[in-house]
Design a protein around this ligand. Sequence first.
Ligand code: ATP
Ligand code: MG
Length: 223
Amino acid sequence: MCIIKIENLCKRTTSKQDTKIILNNLSLYINKGDFVAITGTSGAGKTTLLKILALIESFDCGDYWLNHKKISFRKDAINANIRKVNFGYIPQNLGLIESISVYENILIPLYIQRRNVIAIKQKIDTLSRILNIHHLLAENTDHLSLGEKQRVAILRACIKQPSILFADEPTASLDPENKKIIMKLFQELNHKGTTIIMNSHDHEIIECTNTRYLIKNGIIKKL
Ligand SMILES: Nc1ncnc2c1ncn2[C@@H]1O[C@H](COP(=O)(O)OP(=O)(O)OP(=O)(O)O)[C@@H](O)[C@H]1O
Ligand SMILES: [Mg+2]
């Protein structure tokens, strides 16, 4: 079943000097349960596409259907609700709040989502041990290394078992041991029904996916 359908999508950015076409008439179909890798050189438009798919960024032309419903970027409240209920997003810049603890970084979005926080505390405990960050839960986020922050961002996105997980270069700062743990976690989530769309340059984690695309010159090609 097609969960995401994108047709003839265009994205431009305008600076003082010029207008740049980042995504040019791009079409993409993702099925429920897919584990998708998107690759491409730096600046190819991977993050831009992922943000559009995750309803974080708008586009200039084309159509986007999510679960057969057409997405409109004029419907902010509806899109925010979809993000809150259905999506997990691991940003390339990790997107953690620096002045508060790791635990607060994980819990605050769950409060906003009105999740059952008592039930989820047990899951945080278990998952933080699996990701080797349990000893850091009380730490201020700005005291963490990049790889530790990456694992916090991964935990925060995965804890609610989203229907779609968007992961932007999720293993970029990880050592081989922690990378293996993330690969296993993603595979388990995928087997439980989460569709995963991941930007990556990492051949090992790309090996875990079942569908691979390359973005080049604004166009996406299935590999
Ligand atoms: N808000 C913006 N204004 C102007 N240009 C932008 C904006 N956002 C992205 N770009 C440009 O769009 C292009 C694609 O950026 P994007 O971040 O999507 O690339 P990427 O494939 O994710 O690269 P990387 O592998 O380095 O993360 C880049 O040339 C970037 O400079
Ligand atoms: Mg990027």
